[in-house]
Structure formats: C-alpha cells, structure tokens
Design a protein. Structure first.
Length: 92
C-alpha cells in the first residue's frame, strides 16, 4: 500500500505500549490477517499439485473474495483521493 502525504498523518514514533502487529492492523485493517489465513490454509492442505480438498477450497475462495473486496475498496479510496488532489491543483 502506498502512503500519500495528503491522506495519512505521519506515523507516530515507536512506543513501548503497542506491538508492531497492532500498528500494522491499524494501518492496513484485515488485509494482513486474511492473507496469513489464506497462505496458512493453502500451505497446510494443498497437495503436491496445489489442489485443496473441497471444504478448504471453499474457505480459501471466501477468503480470496474478502481480500479482493478489501483491496478494491482501498483502491477506490486512493483513486478518489488522487482525483480530489488533481482537481485541487487545477483550481489554483
């Protein structure tokens, strides 16, 4: 994910109270967690040809769909910000 100066406030300095996992979750939401679940599922259950049993294949497809939706939402957000930024430059 690309961080844009006009979108996000600067990251706070490291503090002893929060873990890096908590900071990552705050910045990226569910994407890292879902990616880890998907990878774990595939690595654990896929056979030598990369095929999953039916139950795990359905779960992997559901996770992949959620990841697609999250990435699509994030992409729309940054497209909108980029458009607003460009329109702001034209108005000057």
């Amino acid at each position: 994910m690309i961080r844009n100066a006009f979108d996000l406030e600067p990251p706070s300095p490291r503090s002893g109270g929060t873990s890096s996992g908590a900071r990552t979750a705050a910045l990226y939401g569910l994407i890292p967690e879902l990616t880890e679940r998907f990878n774990d599922l595939v690595l654990r259950y896929a056979d030598d040809h990369g095929e999953l049993p039916d139950r795990q294949a359905v779960e992997a497809a559901e996770i992949a769909h959620k990841l697609y939706q999250l990435h699509d939402t994030e992409a729309d957000h940054y497209r909108r910000l980029s458009l607003e930024h460009r329109e702001g430059r034209r108005a000057r």
